[in-house]
Ligand binder design. Structure first.
Ligand SMILES: C[S@@+](CC[C@H](N)C(=O)[O-])C[C@H]1O[C@@H](n2cnc3c(N)ncnc32)[C@H](O)[C@@H]1O
Length: 231
């Protein structure tokens, strides 16, 4: 378990503000474009539940919110929330209309108003994972609400972990730093992935937060994972 200092909100907000202009491009370069497929997979899983209202927490540049919007009925309301205004400017530019500057730890919504809550590469950065999951659950409709978390994880095959860690701690900070000018943000990324609960451990965290029917969908040998839970 990490201390809340490890995901210091001021550091996280500053880091994303500093890379906001290069965030989308850098993501696509570092993942060779695969991140787009992963978000589409989440969007399809969410759309299969025909939600009326979806909240994308830590929406950033709105990549997942846009994918969800595209996969769901045109009447579906998709709201994006993020505590970093410079990231939200990119979401606005891509045509997302319902955006709020808000902390995922204190969402400005009533209880039980959303059919689905999504969060991609955001929960890992929050000061308290348990607190954030509880807040997401609070705004979901009781009994029928769906939570979808997409985040990085380590390869499931032990033999792949060593080369992947080389990529994570050496290659990624070098390329990310070169493209955005903020090497520290990409060094933090690798460290935060190491700390973040993954696989069965994350399923336990979801259950502890009160979600039922927790599911884990490892992607690309486990370097990213989708977790689903229901209220
Ligand atoms: C790696 S980006 C992910 C953006 C987007 N979800 C995506 O899939 O590309 C992480 C985002 O989480 C946001 N974030 C981190 N902690 C947050 C918090 N406590 N409340 C709201 N947003 C937060 C950051 O500002 C940043 O925009």
């Amino acid at each position: 378990m990490s201390s809340s200092l490890d995901q210091d909100p001021a550091f996280v907000r500053r880091a994303f503000a500093s890379i906001a202009n290069r965030y989308v491009l850098t993501n696509h370069v570092l993942s060779l474009g695969v991140d787009w497929l992963w978000r589409r997979r989440v969007a399809r899983l969410v759309a299969a539940n025909s939600p009326g209202r979806v909240l994308d927490v830590a929406t950033g540049s709105g990549d997942l919110a846009a994918a969800v919007s595209g996969a769901c009925d045109p009447e579906t309301l998709v709201v994006g929330a993020d505590f970093c205004a410079p990231m939200l400017r990119h979401a606005r530019r891509r045509g997302l209309a319902h955006l709020v500057v808000a902390d995922g730890m204190r969402l400005p919504f009533d209880d039980g108003v959303f059919d689905a809550v999504t969060v991609a590469y955001g929960l890992r950065n929050m000061a308290s994972w348990a607190g954030a999951l509880a807040e997401m659950r609070r705004v979901l409709k009781p009994d029928t609400g769906l939570l979808a978390v997409l985040d990085f994880s380590l390869p499931t095959a032990a033999a792949l972990r060593k080369p992947y860690r080389f990529y994570l701690h050496r290659v990624l900070p070098a390329i990310g730093g070169f493209l955005t000018g903020n090497r520290e943000a990409y060094a933090y990324l690798g460290e935060s992935i190491e700390r973040f609960p993954a696989g069965e451990t994350m399923l336990d965290r979801l259950r502890e937060a009160g979600f039922r029917d927790a599911e884990w969908h490892p992607l690309w040998g486990g370097i990213s994972s989708i977790y689903l839970g229901r209220t």
